[in-house]
Each structure stands twice: as C-alpha cells, then as structure tokens.
Design a protein around this ligand. Structure first.
Ligand code: IMP
Ligand code: MG
Length: 184
C-alpha cells in the first residue's frame, strides 16, 4: 500500500477514501488476464482495440502479458449530452485505421457501469464483420441492466463506488495514479 504522503503528492493534496486495488494486485490480475486471452485465441488475427482514454494504462500492461501475435489500435468515443441526442448515444470520434473484417477483435475498456457504452460500440463494430468480437473490461460494477453478452474477460468485480486511477478519471484528473482508489 502506498503511504498517504505518496498518494497526496500525486493528487495535489486531495485525499482518496481508500485504495481498492493496489499496484501489485492489479499487476497479478493483468498477468492472469493475459494468460486467459493467450489461451482463448489459439489462431487467427487478433486486434486489441482500446477505448480511449480510460483504457490506456490497462491496455499497455495487458498486451505485454499476451503471448501471441497481435495488433493494437484505439477508438475514441463520445457520448452526446441529452440536449443534442438521446442519452446513451455513442459517437466515434476516432475510428480505427485497421480493417476489422475477418479478425478477432478484443475491445478493451476500463470499467462497465450502465453497460451502454459497450453495448453501443459492440453494435457499431459488429457491422464490420469481424471473425469474433469480445470485450475485456478491467472493472465491472455489475449494475448494468443489460450487460453486453460479449463481455468475456473481467479483471475485477468492482464495488459500486466512483473509482479513479490506472486510467480512470474524475474530470480528467487521477488517470496517472498507479493504483485504483475510491474517491468519495
Ligand atoms: P457505462 O456506459 O455506463 O457502462 O459507462 C462506462 C464509462 O463511464 C467508462 O468508459 C468510464 O469512462 C465511465 N465510468 C463509469 N464508472 C466510472 C468510475 O467509477 N470511475 C471513472 N469512470 C467511470
Ligand atoms: Mg471517463
């Protein structure tokens, strides 16, 4: 566990409520996920697609634990505010350069909350006729009323709190924390 002085240096003096997953716990789980993913894709072309920005640290650690050939690309999605389009609508701001057709697509996300973001992205990507489409989420709050059926790899079943660190933000802050903390 990091000492509180170390946490406060990184947050600019704002305390976190508690550290939910420390660095060693995350690293151990990411190694296990890498082994699961390696075993799950014995053949074919694997494209690991990270949803920015939240997945950037998780993805970079995860791909180094996958012991098979793969390629990496990213997606940037944005939810419209309710004033413009119905909530839950997800727009792609950056679309992967790579062809998806015929490839195994592993969509990497930081956290599943309502499940709307992933459900929407899955239907967008499925139109491009990948060979398979699966989701790897570091965290799942398990509150999604209609969880995506493509969710195949989950790091941790997370508590129903607002979590930051290891890529997860609050108003763009805290992404750089090497652990995952409950902010409230
Ligand atoms: P969903 O569409 O409701 O499943 O929300 C998923 C998105 O909301 C994720 O990509 C995160 O960016 C964000 N999110 C949900 N819960 C948290 C949290 O506890 N901390 C930080 N971001 C979160
Ligand atoms: Mg976010």
């Amino acid at each position: 566990m990091p000492a509180s002085a170390d946490v406060l240096r990184r947050t600019g003096g704002k305390p976190v409520k508690s550290i939910i997953y420390d660095e060693a716990t995350i690293a151990a789980r990411v190694r296990e996920l890498g082994a699961e993913i390696t075993a799950a894709y014995p053949d074919g072309h694997l494209l690991v697609l990270g949803l920015l920005k939240g997945s950037f640290i998780f993805l970079s650690d995860l791909v180094r634990q996958i012991e098979r050939p793969l390629q990496v690309d990213f997606l940037v999605a944005s939810s419209y505010g309710s004033a413009r389009v119905s909530s839950g609508d997800v727009r792609l701001l950056y679309d992967p350069e790579t062809e998806l057709e015929g490839k195994h697509i592993l969509l990497v996300e930081d956290i599943i909350d309502s499940g709307r973001t992933m459900n929407r992205l899955v239907s967008l990507l499925a139109e491009r006729r990948p060979r398979s489409l699966a989701i790897c989420a570091l965290l799942d709050k398990q509150v999604a009323p209609d969880p995506p059926s493509e969710l195949r790899f989950t790091g941790f079943l997370a508590p129903p709190a607002f979590l930051v660190g290891y890529g997860l933000d609050h108003a763009e802050n805290y992404r750089h924390l090497p652990f995952i903390a409950d902010l409230e």
